[in-house]
Design a protein around this ligand. Structure first.
Ligand code: DX5
Ligand code: ZN
Length: 220
C-alpha cells in the first residue's frame, strides 16, 4: 500500500494544530517530523517540544521522526518519550548504524535508515534486513522546498531491487521535492512512503492531500 506522510516542516506554525488536524482528516496516513541539529545539516528545525505538541494534537497518528542529527542515539529516549512511533536515522550521521538500529528495536519503535543523495546505495546492503524502512533522500537534507534530484530515480530502483531480491518487507520512503507532478514516477520506481511538505501544506491542505491520495491509489 502507498502511504502519504506530510512533513510538518512546511506547516504554518501559527496554526499548527488546525492544519495538522486538516491534513489528518483529509486522509494523511502518517506524519513526518524533520528534526535538524545544525550540525549534520546546516539548519535547525525543531525537537522534542514540537513532537509532543503534534502527539497531543493527533493522539492516534503514526509519527515518524526523521532525525537529521549527528550521533542520533543521544536523543532516542527523548524523541520516543515525546511521542514518536518510528525513528529514521541517517546512515551518514553515525559511526554505529548497526548498534543504533538494535537500540531502537530494543526500545520498541519502528526503525528507518536514510541515505543522502551522495551515499552509495550499496552501503545499506548489510543493514536492510534489519530495518522497517529505507529513506532515499531525493534532495540534500536540510531544507524544505527544494527541487527533486532526477538521479534519485535510479537509486530508488536499486533499493527496490535489493528489497525484492532479498524478498523483504521493507518500506521505501522518498523525501524532498515530491509533487503531484512527479509522485507517480517515484512510486513506479519503487517508493511506497511519500513524504511531502510544501506540496501538502498549501492554501488548500484538504485538496492537496486528496489529490495526492488519488494519485497514490492509482498506483496501488
Ligand atoms: C528535507 C526534509 C524534508 C522536507 C521536504 O531535509 O527532510 O522532509 O520537509 O519538503 P518538500 O516536500 O517541500 O521538499
Ligand atoms: Zn524529512
Amino acid at each position: 500500500m502507498n502511504i502519504l506522510s506530510p512533513s510538518v516542516l512546511a506547516i504554518d506554525f501559527g496554526h499548527m494544530e488546525r492544519d495538522l488536524v486538516e491534513a489528518w482528516k483529509a486522509g494523511a496516513n502518517t506524519i513526518h517530523l524533520d528534526v535538524m541539529d545544525g550540525m549534520f545539516v546546516p539548519s535547525i528545525s525543531f525537537g522534542m517540544p514540537v513532537i509532543k505538541y503534534v502527539r497531543k494534537a493527533l493522539p492516534d497518528a503514526f509519527l515518524d521522526a526523521h532525525m537529521m542529527v549527528q550521533n542520533p542515539s543521544r536523543y532516542f529516549d527523548d524523541i520516543i518519550e515525546a511521542g514518536a512511533d518510528s525513528i529514521t536515522i541517517h546512515y551518514e550521521a553515525t559511526d554505529s548504524v548497526k548498534k543504533d538500529i538494535e537500540l531502537l528495536k530494543e526500545k520498541g519503535v519502528k526503525v528507518g535508515v536514510a541515505i543522502s543523495p551522495d551515499t552509495p546505495v550499496s552501503c545499506i546492503e548489510d543493514i536492510i534486513e534489519s530495518v522497517d524502512m529505507i529513506l532515499v533522500m531525493t534532495v540534500y537534507p536540510g531544507f524544505g522546498g527544494q527541487k527533486f534530484i532526477d538521479a534519485s530515480l535510479d537509486r530508488i530502483k536499486a533499493v527496490k531491487k535489493m528489497v525484492d531480491d532479498k524478498n523483504l518487507n521493507v518500506n521505501i520512503e522518498v523525501d524532498g521535492g515530491i509533487t503531484l507532478q512527479n509522485v507517480q514516477t517515484v512510486i513506479n520506481a519503487g517508493a511506497n512512503v511519500i513524504v511531502s511538505g510544501s506540496a501538502v501544506f498549501t492554501d488548500d491542505i484538504t485538496g492537496s492531500v486528496k489529490s495526492f491520495l488519488k494519485l497514490l491509489k492509482e498506483c496501488d
